[in-house]
Design a binder for this molecule. Structure first.
Ligand SMILES: [Zn+2]
Length: 319
């Protein structure tokens, strides 16, 4: 009897050990499990309906004008419907995000401006940095120790920083020509942009503020759809603080232009835009996500609205 009792205790202890270790590394296990079935997603067909103002550039890209000096460039045939944004000044232009890089986004940019272009990603995930290789001038943020890791103007991205493993993509070496410090101002000539540090989705996430219009270009920090706060490197505490800080910059009436636009495509593909007040909603959802709740189902889904859903890891595995 004693031997059986000991055996049961050993099995229970083993299971508990694996459960605890598995939970701690859950974001990584999630990424690895996604990687095991990974393949490049097959391109979707071009959406049948485009919203007013959205035009097809070719069989891959779509473009829409936000204002006289700002364009949204979408890749709706790519599974995550990435959107990049081209900001044009008097002297130069900035491309915010660059898509997964499956097609050459610089050719679209060249149709919209003849000015010299700097490309800069909102964060370092594969679906935002893939197109940087088509540009000679690439800016990265001087945050999270990135600059110290670069050698001779080159930065090798880490596996879980790039996350391309979930689509069977190899971590690239990025060529960097400029380092932009957090909260720095970029002057494109008669047009000022501010690069705001917004850690949370990743520790190097940024939001770009167009100072004149108050519009914010938010990458994956907020966009219509499933906002991910469960992947490796995500930090719920930092995310909540960033949402609160971004809300202070948000002008009423201005838009938050996000990095993905898959939601509502059936009704017509439009620019992924949310109201500035959604930073406050996100902050509240993150508040909720940080409250301990008994659940083994992770990531936890916190719907804010039909078009805005937070997917969060457990607070104790934040980071
Ligand atoms: Zn993304």
């Amino acid at each position: 009897m004693r031997a059986i009792g000991k055996r049961i205790a050993a099995i229970a202890g083993g299971l508990l050990f694996f459960f605890v270790i598995g939970s701690i590394y859950q974001p990584y296990l999630k990424a690895i499990s996604m990687a095991m079935s990974a393949d490049r997603p097959r391109p979707y067909p071009m959406p049948k309906k485009l919203a007013a103002g959205m035009v097809k550039v070719d069989d891959w890209f779509v473009v829409a004008r936000i204002d006289d000096r700002t364009f949204a460039i979408g890749e709706p045939r790519y599974g995550q419907c990435n959107f990049a944004y081209l900001m044009i000044g008097r002297d130069r232009a900035l491309l915010w995000d660059s898509g997964p890089g499956d097609r050459d986004i610089s050719r679209v940019v060249a149709q919209l401006t003849t000015l010299p272009v700097t490309a800069m990603p909102s964060h370092l995930h594969f679906d935002h940095v893939g197109g940087l290789r088509y540009f000679r001038d690439v800016a990265l943020p001087d945050v999270a120790g990135l600059r110290a890791r670069a050698k001779n103007g080159k930065l090798k991205l880490r596996r879980f920083e790039f996350l391309g493993l979930i689509e069977n993509r190899k971590s690239p070496v990025l060529r960097v020509t400029r380092w932009i410090s957090k909260d720095a101002e970029i002057d494109l000539g008669g047009r000022k942009l501010r690069v705001l540090g917004a850690p949370g989705h990743t520790d190097n996430s940024l939001v770009l503020l167009d100072e004149a219009s108050g519009n914010m270009f938010t990458g994956d920090s907020i966009y219509p759809g499933y906002v991910a706060a469960f992947l490796p490197g995500a930090d719920l505490h930092a995310f909540r603080a960033s949402a609160a800080r971004m809300a202070m910059f948000a002008k009423p009436g201005a838009g938050l232009f996000g990095g993905h636009g898959c939601i509502g495509v059936e009704q017509g593909l439009g620019i992924p835009r949310l109201p500035a007040s959604d930073w406050k909603h996100l902050e509240r959802a993150l508040d909720q996500a940080l409250k301990p709740q008994p659940t083994i189902l992770l990531p936890r889904t916190l719907p804010l609205r039909e078009d805005l859903i937070l997917e969060a890891k457990a607070p104790w595995m934040s980071k």
